[in-house]
Ligand binder design. Structure first.
Ligand code: P1T
Length: 380
């Protein structure tokens, strides 16, 4: 089956009791047992819930994976992943990841005994130099949030296989509709489902998808034993959202491309970071690795004051963290999503306080361009 058919049908069986076409919300914490230890497949909703089972089958199908695991947030999915590692293990991570990922790895995992080395994963030599005999996992965000730097998943997968390192790709920015890391050789895909998969800015959830039966057993054990799982209502909401992922992504992409071209021509804008522009330094890789360029972009103004006045003057773009919803958002990463990243670290990969990030929604493109035009006019 092709993408949109899978998105609509995978995991969604017609209810055998009533014929309901949508998966019911099994809003139950526990399940009655027929005898001690004799269940109908479910005993307690932390370990498993029928609405979550449907969602996990759907999530797996989106990435063409055999297995999917839902967690209570994107960061909870990252934490679930960390339970595969031990104290003394090491991790290599893309410099320029989401600020919350950086904070979790440096301020939660590092004191616990897991060292992370942050390198530019677009440069294979830097990754090779950072791998040590203790490295167990390479964590790659591509495109990075918010600089839109790309890493070559296929090349990294080859390197990881040689070194026996697990390759995990955070595919949040493009969604499974525009990028398929598992097909390019990655071992696990992570999503903040809060973003494009959810698509309506009304829920928080995370997921891991992969093809390994061994990891399936381990991660299901982590879900049950560590407990960071979503409730049935959230699972229902996400099942509802993924059905329209393909049509939403097409429109996000179309609008973002339009906005990127507009910004590139504007005299107040000093740089635009969008992989769909031929001026993006890795446009060739984007063409090879992605099926579309998505709805995220960032751009630079002359200084912080200019960035602040544009962010404040926008009317349709709301000033907020998060991304991937139907409504357009503007974010100032240094002051908001990446505030926990030290200045020296963020400046090493080009993140300055003159940068704004846009999550381009699915409104009418002309209205978005008009909104940016009036805000930039005020700023210049
Ligand atoms: O917010 P949560 O569902 O826990 O997901 C964390 C996360 C993981 N990976 C990427 C690439 C992300 O962008 C995020 C969350 N990001 C934002 C909230 C943001 O505004 O960038």
């Amino acid at each position: 089956m092709r993408f949109n058919t899978r998105a609509i049908h995978a995991g969604n069986q017609v209810d055998p009791l009533t014929g309901a076409i949508c998966q019911p919300i099994f809003q139950s914490s526990t399940f009655v047992q027929e005898d001690i230890g004799v269940t109908r497949g479910y005993d307690y909703s932390r370990a498993g819930n029928p609405t979550r089972t449907s969602l996990e089958a759907n999530l797996a199908a989106l990435e063409n994976a055999r297995h999917g695991h839902a967690f209570s947030s994107g960061l909870a999915a990252l934490q679930g992943l960390m339970h595969l590692l031990r104290q003394g293990d090491e991790l290599v991570c893309s410099a320029g990841v989401y600020g919350g990922t950086w904070r979790f790895l440096t301020q939660v995992m590092e004191p616990w005994g897991l060292r992370s080395r942050f390198v530019d994963t677009a440069e294979l030599d830097q990754v090779r130099a950072a791998l040590t005999p203790a490295t167990r996992l390479l964590y790659v965000e591509t495109p990075t949030n918010p600089m839109m730097r790309l890493s070559d998943i296929r090349a990294l997968a080859t390197l990881c296989k040689e070194r026996g390192v697990l390759l995990v790709v955070d595919n949040t920015f493009l969604s499974p509709y525009f990028q398929s890391p598992l097909a390019l050789g990655a071992d696990i895909v992570l999503h903040s489902c809060t973003k494009y998969l959810g698509g309506h800015s009304d829920m928080i959830m995370g997921a891991l998808m992969h093809n390994s039966d061994e990891l399936q057993t381990k991660l299901a054990f982590v879900q049950k034993s560590a407990g960071a799982v979503p409730g049935p209502f959230e699972c229902f909401l996400l099942l509802r959202s993924t059905k329209t992922l393909g049509v939403r992504m097409e429109r996000h992409f179309e609008n973002a491309l339009r906005v990127a071209h507009f910004l590139e021509e504007h005299p107040a804008v000093t740089a635009v970071h969008y992989p769909g522009l031929p001026t993006h330094p890795q446009h060739d890789l984007a063409q090879r690795q992605m099926q579309g360029y998505g709805g995220m972009l960032s751009f630079e103004l002359k200084d912080y004051e200019a960035a602040r006045s544009v962010a404040r003057a926008l009317k349709i773009f709301s000033l907020a963290e998060s991304l991937g919803g139907v409504e357009s958002l503007v974010n100032h990463p240094v002051g908001m999503t990446h505030a926990s990243v030290p200045r020296a670290q963020r400046e090493s990969y080009g993140l300055t306080d003159a940068l704004l990030r846009l999550s381009v929604g699915i409104e009418d493109a002309q209205d978005l361009v008009d909104d940016l035009a009036q805000a930039l006019a005020l700023a210049t």
